[in-house]
Design a protein around this ligand. Structure first.
Ligand code: SAH
Ligand code: TMP
Length: 387
């Protein structure tokens, strides 16, 4: 499997990096994670392809997240907020605008530069134990540490937990969200599996991970983002009482079988069937002379196209709003990535909705495509042509 966000130019095909993408489940601590990891320096750098603020749904989501954090945890005059993986400042810009003392920690220098232009204080480094300790020395302890779609990216989770424990005030809160394993299993959303996502968290596995660091999960809040995520509130152990939702989720994970290996064997079977169905559908459409495009050159699309062996012979191009992805080729399968204007010149007959997590936003925007007879193809939770 290539790197999910490794969109590339033709001259770089020969040197493209590949690794073995496989997921394991630990029967002892119940963590689900990649068995081979890619060096983070290869993934997060000066040409990181993902800019958070390009989806209006996410812009709204992070405005609400920031406002909630400010109202609930950042009321004190000198309160200090740190965000891990602050990307282009999608969340922290709201705290910056409100005059809240803040710091973003973001190792990808291109997105960090955009956040600085938006008035967000940002240090360009990986968050780990040393970062937690340095930030505390320089700025004092944090009232709140935020993180979205980043903790599951960090191979050294124990170093991250030590850094959080060091940096967090005695009564502070670490609030983070990531794609939720329960949703991946329930929806067969196997396209969440790629190099950046080292871990697929459940409450059980996270509690086992954090406990040795004196950290406890005291709140859980399901989110609809990224196809189903979970927000966790973490505090120093014994400082807060866990909400009833935590106990309820613990129970639900047992009922769903997230601790049982058979759950993952059965998931594998569904993922293989999904591949057969998607490839069969695309081959039939092409045999009937239909033109098929991809919608959203997502990291997820790299997993789907490579796992299914879908190249330009089945999907002519992928349209994407990210300027840096346009004019490149998709990792591994080398499908051309084109700007949104190309989508309508002329419309293809069908479009595989790779950005299915932004479904409502895209369906509203692409009403003219559907009125012109165009059909979207979904593959999560089942392969189907949408009505
Ligand atoms: N929080 C944003 C960005 C998610 S993408 C959102 O939800 O949209 C993941 C981000 O985490 C990238 O910008 C990447 O550069 C950053 N990142 C990866 N490892 C990190 C680490 N160890 N510490 C801080 N940020 C990290
Ligand atoms: P994500 O699913 O990881 O958030 O990535 C979404 C990708 O899809 C990103 O590259 C931007 C792109 N995109 C579009 O091309 N059009 C859209 O309307 C939306 C919402 C996203």
């Amino acid at each position: 499997m290539p790197i999910a966000n490794g969109f590339l130019h033709a001259e770089d095909f020969a040197a493209e990096f590949f690794f073995d993408l496989a997921v394991g489940h630990c029967e002892r601590c119940h963590m689900v994670q990649l068995t081979e990891r890619v060096d983070p320096a290869r993934l997060f750098h000066s040409q990181y392809a993902y800019f958070s603020s390009l989806s209006t749904g996410m812009v709204r989501h992070f405005q609400a997240f920031a406002e909630d954090a400010r109202a609930r945890y950042l009321g004190a005059p000198d309160a200090f907020a740190v965000e891990i993986g602050s990307n282009d400042g999608i969340m922290l810009r709201h705290l910056a605008a409100a005059g809240v003392r803040h710091l973003g920690v973001e190792p990808s220098s291109n997105v960090a530069a955009v956040s600085r232009e938006r008035g967000v204080n940002t240090v360009c480094r990986f968050f780990d134990e040393a970062a937690g300790s340095d930030i505390r020395r320089e700025h004092g302890p944090a009232d709140v540490i935020l993180g979205a779609n980043v903790v599951c990216h960090v191979p050294g989770l124990h170093a991250l937990a030590r850094g959080v424990a060091l940096l967090l005030k005695d009564d502070g809160l670490f609030v983070f969200e990531d794609p939720y394993l329960g949703d991946i299993v329930a929806k067969t959303s196997y396209d969440q599996i790629y190099a950046e996502h080292v871990y697929y968290f459940s409450l059980h596995a996270l509690e086992a991970l954090l406990a040795p660091h004196g950290l406890a999960i005291t709140g859980v809040l399901p989110q609809t983002t990224h196809g189903g995520s979970m927000r966790y509130e973490v505090s120093h152990a014994g400082r807060r009482v866990a909400s009833e939702a935590v106990a309820a989720l613990r129970e639900r994970e047992i009922t769903q079988g997230l601790h049982r290996p058979e759950t993952y064997h059965s998931l594998r079977g569904r993922v293989e069937r999904s591949r057969e169905e998607l490839v069969a559908l695309l081959r039939t459409l092409r045999a009937d002379g239909r033109r098929v495009a991809g919608y959203g050159a997502t990291a997820k699309s790299t997993t789907v196209t490579n796992w299914c062996g879908i190249g330009p012979e089945l999907i002519e191009f992928i349209t994407d709003t990210t300027p840096g992805k346009q004019g490149t080729f998709s990792p591994g399968m080398h499908i051309p990535v084109v700007p949104p204007e190309r989508f309508a010149e002329p419309y293809p007959d069908c479009a595989v909705l790779f950005a299915w997590n932004h479904r409502d936003e895209i369906l509203a925007k692409e009403e003219p495509f559907r009125r012109a007879g165009g059909r979207f193809i979904e593959y999560v939770p089942h392969v189907r042509i949408m009505d």
